[in-house]
Design a binder for this molecule. Structure first.
Ligand code: MN
Ligand code: MN
Length: 300
């Protein structure tokens, strides 16, 4: 880490809270249950424990691999055959959690879920200072292939720094030839995405998650109010459109502000990521601290 004083106790606390919220989430995801209330209950669980959300609760179903969070008036309910990826993280100040699991409501994709879980555990067992990221990727790919599936090649793990969920290092789900080595003290998340499809995701049309990444000047006063709120409440961490609609009680105001922010180039948009050939996707993710000869998983 480049930070002068990185507080490992705080990141461990954040990891533990993230994991507890994930276990709670697992108990909430059921056929017939509303997606919106599920997301809100998970987010409330974290707040009640004294944490913010590092990013909006992601509930991505079936061929949608990641980046869906319910809309403000979402009417979707989980159905009995849904394969649900729950991806969440707690936040304390600038310290960010990140972990995920897959709930297979129909029980028809247990091999796909197992492959993702097994690939993650095997990848974690390889983590240590000096380990090349491509070696981890190769392991994930091998496990996916052995089970008869594909890893998703354009999604992967990442470094996590203060107020930066996707920092510096990228940890692939296949051997991409990247010889970058993990470093002692680094905080990383490994996330294994496995599919019975082609192994690539592309951007969908639905966008509910956004993130500030640059300064901006907005013309309309209403939009400036929204921007001020985002800066204060979320800093440069991702936020959901529904969070703003709840705060400002006007979908029109919020959408207008988001459009204005986006047009300045200072707002990142995260569209849902969809498996290119319509494959079902599973995901498992844990966050850890890289050590000299191994690692310490903190989302436990
Ligand atoms: Mn995640
Ligand atoms: Mn992640």
């Amino acid at each position: 880490m480049t930070e002068e004083e990185y507080d490992y106790n705080t990141i461990k606390e954040v990891g533990k809270a993230s994991f507890e919220a994930l276990q709670h989430a697992k108990s909430l995801v059921k056929a017939g249950k509303s997606m919106l209330s599920t997301a809100e209950e998970i987010e409330k669980f974290m707040k009640d424990k004294g944490f913010e959300c590092a990013f909006p609760v992601n509930l991505s179903v079936n061929t949608w691999a990641a980046h869906y969070t319910p809309t403000a008036d979402d009417k979707t309910v989980f159905t009995e055959n849904d394969v649900v990826k729950v991806d969440i993280g707690a936040r304390k100040g600038s310290y960010l959690g990140d972990c995920a699991l897959t709930v297979d409501l129909g029980g028809k994709h247990s091999k796909l879920v197992e492959a993702s879980e097994k690939a993650l555990e095997s990848a974690i067992s390889m983590v240590k200072a000096g380990r090349k990221v491509c070696e981890i990727g190769r392991e994930v790919e091998n496990i996916a292939k052995e089970a008869g599936f594909n890893p998703i090649r354009n999604l992967g793990g990442h470094g996590i720094e203060r107020d930066d969920l996707h920092a510096s290092i990228f940890i692939p789900n296949y051997d991409n030839g990247d010889n970058t080595e993990l470093e002692e003290g680094q905080v990383i998340a490994i996330e294994t995405f496995i599919t019975d499809g082609s192994g690539y995701v592309h951007d969908g049309d639905v966008v509910q998650i956004f993130q500030l990444h640059g300064p901006m000047t907005l013309r309309s006063q209403d939009s400036r109010k929204v921007l001020d709120y985002v800066e204060k409440a979320y800093s440069t961490n991702p936020f959901a459109m529904r969070w703003l609609i709840k705060e400002f009680k006007s979908e029109f105001t919020v959408k207008k502000a988001i459009n204005e922010m986006y047009n300045t180039g200072g707002l990142e948009a995260y569209p849902v990521l969809i498996e290119r050939t319509g494959g079902t996707v599973t995901q498992t993710e844990k966050e850890m601290i890289v050590e000299k000869d191994s690692c310490t998983v903190i989302t436990k």
